[in-house]
Design a protein around this ligand. Structure first.
Ligand code: ADP
Ligand code: MG
Length: 233
């Protein structure tokens, strides 16, 4: 579903992602983990077309989308939750959702079914939402568009545990229907629930790929690679 090969990208000629190759099969969930600043967001932005790579290729569902616009990539059926949420401040909740409508005519119904707390906020401007509400909106927009590839950048940030649960269930439902996901996230609850594999990133490169069967025994590796203690979270 997603094949990244030899990807190099960054800002103003500065290489942040330094030659990454990754594959996400149909129905699979890949987590990208690593300390702050290793280039997770830069990698995901490059996948969805917000940054044009310096070299390498991005192939989605058999199409070479390298250099395509974010709009063209979204239209292929790619749902994206940016780290900064990407909620349009001057559009209402409904309008923010309808932006992804091209992919699924039922997006409002679907979004309100998954996240009923959005419905009373329907006519509120994005800029008037709390940070947590904006996060729900961003997640709802991406998931309710029923993408074949879901790209999420720290989606659990600012979400209460019951909402995270519903997000996990919604992602499971999508992948059970053949969608794939690439998610940058450190939240262990999410990782252990959803991950088919983990890519550990360090300084713009993939240091290790860990399959689901090795997740439990890899805790020590993860902890040191992330510079955190799982018990703390
Ligand atoms: N818009 C930008 N312009 C220049 N440098 C950036 C920009 N965004 C991120 N960077 C730099 O790229 C590096 C990786 O950032 P990022 O991809 O956000 O990492 P992560 O998501 O893993 O925390 C950091 O050193 C950051 O300072
Ligand atoms: Mg980031």
């Amino acid at each position: 579903m997603l094949e990244i090969s030899g990807l190099v990208s960054g800002y103003y000629g500065l290489k942040i992602v330094r030659g990454i190759s990754l594959k996400v099969e149909k129905g699979e969930v890949l987590f990208v983990m690593g300390r702050n600043g290793v280039g997770k967001t830069t990698l995901l932005k490059t996948v969805v077309g917000h940054i044009r790579p310096m070299s390498g290729r991005v192939v989605i569902d058999g199409h070479d989308v390298t250099g395509w616009s974010p709009h063209a990539i979204a239209r292929m059926g790619v749902g994206y939750v940016p780290q900064d949420r990407g909620v349009f401040a001057r559009l209402t909740v409904e309008e923010n959702l309808r932006i992804a409508e091209g992919l699924n005519g039922e997006i409002l119904k679907e979004a309100f079914k998954l996240f009923p707390e959005l419905e009373p906020l329907r006519d509120r401007k994005g800029g008037k939402l709390s940070g947590g509400e904006q996060q729900i909106l961003a997640v709802a927009r991406a998931i309710a568009s029923r993408p074949k590839l879901l790209v999420m950048d720290e989606p659990a940030t600012g979400l209460a545990p019951p909402i995270i649960r519903r997000m996990v269930e919604a992602v499971k439902q999508l992948t059970s229907q053949g969608a794939s996901a690439i998610i940058a996230e450190q939240n262990p609850a999410l990782v252990f629930e959803l991950a088919d594999k983990l890519a550990l990133m360090e300084a713009g490169e993939i240091k290790a790929i860990i399959g689901r069967d090795r997740l439990a025994e890899s805790q020590q590796l993860l902890r040191s690679a992330l510079g955190l203690s799982y018990q703390d979270r």
